[in-house]
Design a protein around this ligand. Structure first.
Ligand code: SF4
Length: 358
């Protein structure tokens, strides 16, 4: 069974590091400034019949605002589903670029804005469409499965798009049909899917700069300090970190674990933006951020995505006020990418993995 892994070139790695290091941070705001901005944003949302679609990893204020104003706070699967089923005229996506593109592709009639169009993702940057197309052309007998964290152009090459919330179910379905896969771009998620399903898979070697930094040694040290804590791990983390987890899964699965398990303490190996929702859903529980570095390792992310952190109240207000940060996807690309995206959403709705609008 093929389990070949395709290395990404060194210059792409340097580009990812340089983009992460230069991602701008949002200005610090006092409470009065925050309240004024929130009031203005609420008014602008009403005037534009707009809804906020926010990811679990963005700033707490943005998550709270999305909830207060009838938008959503969700993982990338539910974000895509929510936007597609929304009857708003405008979607304002607080997250990273591929999330805005996905919303636009599923809702071309809506205006889709983002606070900062430069908010990218190391997985997206690490999988350029031209390189990936060449690679796929060498394996025409394989079904092409890509993670949602990819550009519209990569989705246009794919047969299926998946998220961490539906990858196992979709891959098991493909395995039953006897299909062999090309997987891109996250190497750790691909390894985990392959291990869980046993499918024949060739993997691209991209990585998430946040999850790639979690360290087993440090995690075990924290566990010694909190022996009763259960370890929750997102599968974009390295295999040795996944191996020490009590629960492995998407952000939705990890949120479900904190609320449904009787345990009182959890060590969480994913972006700490999720703590807002975890504390809200399970207020009595103690949460510890999984360590990202040790004396021998460098910490690039400190458990928070530098591109998710580019979303703030000020640039959210600005994009609504000026109608800036609009997302466009070339129509030919959109039509091709839509096949793989709709396949994913149809499967997820039939499998009860996402809400279906009544
Ligand atoms: S946390 Fe990782 S996977 Fe998510 S947007 Fe940031 S770099 Fe991409």
């Amino acid at each position: 069974m093929a389990q070949q892994a395709i290395e990404i070139p060194g210059q792409l790695e340097s580009r990812i590091q340089s983009l992460a290091a230069s991602a701008p941070t949002q200005p610090w705001l006092n409470n009065t400034e925050k309240e004024l901005l929130k009031t203005e944003i609420k008014q602008l949302l009403k005037e534009n019949n707009a809804q906020l679609v926010a990811h679990y990893y963005v700033d707490d204020d943005l998550q709270a605002l999305a909830e207060e104003t009838g938008g959503t706070v969700a993982d990338s699967l539910e974000m895509a589903n929510f936007g597609a089923q929304s009857d708003a005229d405008m979607l304002v996506v607080c997250g990273v670029r591929f999330m805005g593109e996905t919303s636009k592709m599923l809702s071309p009639e809506k205006t889709v804005l983002m606070p900062d169009l430069d908010a990218t993702c190391s997985l997206d940057v690490g999988c350029p469409a031209d390189e990936f197309a060449k690679f796929c052309a060498q394996h025409p007998d394989r079904t092409v499965l890509v993670y949602a964290n990819t550009s519209a152009e990569v989705k246009a090459i794919a047969d299926w798009v998946v998220t961490s919330g539906n990858a196992l179910q979709i891959v098991r379905h493909l395995k039953e049909k006897g299909e062999k896969l090309i997987w891109a771009p996250d190497r750790h998620l691909g390894h985990w899917i392959q291990k869980e399903t046993g499918i024949d898979m060739i993997r691209w070697q991209g990585h998430c700069i946040v999850h790639d930094e979690f360290k087993t040694f440090e995690l075990q040290r924290l566990k010694k300090q909190h022996p009763k804590a259960k370890i929750l791990v997102h599968p974009e983390s390295p295999a040795d970190v996944v191996d020490v987890a009590d629960v492995v899964g998407s952000t939705k699965v990890l949120l479900g674990a904190v609320t449904s398990m009787p345990d009182k303490e959890f060590i969480v190996a994913t972006d700490y933006g999720i703590f807002y929702k975890m504390q809200q859903m399970a207020p009595g529980k103690k949460l510890y951020i999984a360590p990202t570095g040790s004396k021998t390792q460098s910490c690039n992310s400190c458990a928070h995505c530098p591109w998710m952190a580019m979303n703030g109240l000020q640039n959210l207000r600005d994009c609504l006020k000026n109608r800036s940060g609009e997302v466009f996807v070339e129509e030919q690309v959109r039509i091709k990418a839509l096949r793989s995206l709709e396949r994913m959403l149809d499967f997820s709705r039939q499998a009860g993995l996402v809400k279906v609008a009544s």
